[in-house]
Design a protein. Structure first.
Lengths: 161, 356
């Protein structure tokens, strides 16, 4: 394939974005949601829960996280640049949570196995949170790159009219 | 593009109902064939047999001289456009048009080129991101056409595609289909019960009734030279007038209950075997002229802009008479009529076949 064909192919691929959703970013956001749900279910199905302020905050943060992820998925699907920054922010929060939630419950587990996590559960939860964070960062980066290409293409079309 | 041959095709449903009798036609490459007839005459069944959606009970079908009688529908390389559009409501117009190619795992660059080319032809470029429910009926039908075009099939099949549209939109879409045919020069088979669509679109018309092919011919042949009373009555609006009568006076005159007229030399020769026998006179409303021996009483007038239609009674015989222009005749006024004998038809009263 010569250089001209390469350029033409790239042009067409960009043009296709006008009519197709950013399904890769959408998929990555969905993966983040699924991983977070898996993390959450694993955490509380293995931990004897005592209704307290800590549990309430945990639930609230998770609900907000899932909702934000869903909104980001929908917005990134339509190449919304602003929401890619939101995705980065959600990923940042998830990264912070990695250093807080699993270790906190691991400590409780060491004190009383019924109230915390064992090493295997700890690893699973960390992995899930890492995947969620990486997926969100990936979704944001992909959207930024694609949106930049698409906007430049649309500008060219507008100028060509 | 392709040729299509239907070799004595017959469709018999379970229970012995014969939907199509002995359909035999050779369709040339790039030809626009319209199958026309009243509801239940077997035209859609014929189309579905061509598409492979109905099994052919007897006979054979060939595309480009290759037999396709028992070939699965997906392998026949034909695209069908339906009356109800059959669009996927959850997909955008772009996705709807690209869908068949996506299923075939066509390269996405190729799909995009074809979809954009079809959208350009059908003036749908600004609608590609919309969902079908956001479009008008005409636009939806254009999408259905586009979906067929992107496949670049050998044969396009249309099953009453304009029946869901209002009268004005039909005229526009009819023109677009005609232009599309000229542009693609593809073989198209079009089923309709609308004789105007048949006359305006077709290279050749197939008139069907009760599962039988009544006549195959160009629009002009079908209109001016019908094979039988059915074809004569079905094609033409308002329909042909039919008057039962007899050939009398050694074949010199036609006489019915309410009037008679002298036959010209050509008609005398034509009807020489029918002297003293019953025949049916067929005369189109536009083939009357003012002035003559027939006294007709106007019972109602319909002004249609470029022409005027008069409903007249000649004693007990009702006639539709059409004159060019805006003509005023009061109700109950008597007008003198004669026939343009070159253009009238006679049918055998027993077989209802045209006397030639």
């Amino acid at each position: 394939m010569n250089n001209f064909e390469n350029v033409e192919k790239k042009e067409i691929e960009t043009d296709i974005m006008r009519y197709k959703n950013n399904s890769l970013s959408f998929l990555l956001c969905v993966i983040a949601i699924v991983c977070n749900v898996a993390m959450f279910l694993s955490l509380y199905s293995n931990t004897a829960c005592t209704p307290n302020f800590q549990l309430g905050i945990d639930l609230l943060v998770n609900v907000i996280f899932l909702l934000s992820c869903f909104l980001a998925a929908e917005k990134l699907k339509t190449y919304n640049v602003s929401w890619s920054y939101v995705a980065f922010a959600i990923a940042g929060i998830e990264i912070l949570r990695i250093f807080w939630i699993p270790t906190m419950y691991l400590k409780s587990g060491l004190e009383d196995p019924l109230k915390g996590l064992n090493a295997g559960q700890f690893t699973f939860i960390v992995i899930m949170m890492v995947i969620a964070a990486v997926s969100l960062v990936g979704a944001g980066i992909i959207t930024l790159i694609k949106a930049k290409r698409l906007n430049a293409h649309l500008k060219r079309i507008e100028e060509g009219k | 593009m392709a040729t299509l041959k239907l070799d004595h095709v017959k469709k018999i449903y379970d229970g012995g109902v014969v939907a199509v009798h002995d359909f035999d036609i050779d369709i040339k490459d790039g030809e626009f064939i319209v199958i026309v007839g009243p509801s239940g005459c077997g035209k859609s069944t014929t189309l579905r047999m061509i598409a492979g959606l109905e099994e052919i009970t007897e006979g054979h079908a060939y595309v480009d001289e290759k037999e396709v009688t028992n070939l699965a529908s997906k392998d026949r390389d034909m695209a069908m456009v339906f009356q109800n559009y059959a669009l996927y409501a959850h997909m955008t117009i772009y996705q709807n048009m690209a869908f068949s190619l996506t299923l075939r795992k066509t390269d996405k660059i190729e799909i995009h080129k074809k979809v954009m080319a079809a959208a350009e032809i059908l003036n749908l470029k600004d609608q590609l991101n919309k969902k079908p429910k956001q479009l008008s009926g005409g636009q939806r039908q254009r999408v259905a056409l586009g979906r067929a075009i992107v496949r670049t099939p050998k044969i396009f099949l249309f099953d009453e595609p304009l029946s869901n549209l209002d009268a004005k939109l039909r005229v526009t879409m009819r023109r677009e289909i005609k232009l599309l045919h000229q542009r693609l020069n593809a073989t198209m088979i079009y089923v309709t019960h609308d004789q105007i669509e048949a006359l305006t679109l077709a290279d050749r018309i197939v008139v069907m009734s009760m599962g039988h092919v009544q006549q195959i011919g160009s629009p002009l042949e079908i209109y001016s030279d019908p094979n039988n009373k059915f074809v004569a009555s079905f094609i033409g609006n308002p329909p042909m007038n039919f008057i039962d009568g007899k050939i009398i006076s050694d074949g010199k005159k036609f006489e019915c209950d309410d009037f008679s007229f002298e036959l010209d030399e050509k008609r005398k020769a034509l009807l020489k075997d029918y002297v003293g026998k019953n025949v049916i006179l067929g005369v189109r409303p536009e083939h009357f002229q003012e002035g003559g021996d027939i006294d007709a009483v106007v019972t109602m007038s319909e002004h249609m802009g470029a022409s005027t239609l008069f409903h007249c009674d000649v004693q007990n015989t009702h006639l539709n008479v059409k004159f060019e222009g805006w003509i005023d005749h009061a109700d109950n006024e008597i007008i003198k009529l004669s026939l343009k004998q070159d253009l009238i038809c006679f049918f055998d009263s027993e077989t209802e076949n045209r006397i030639r």
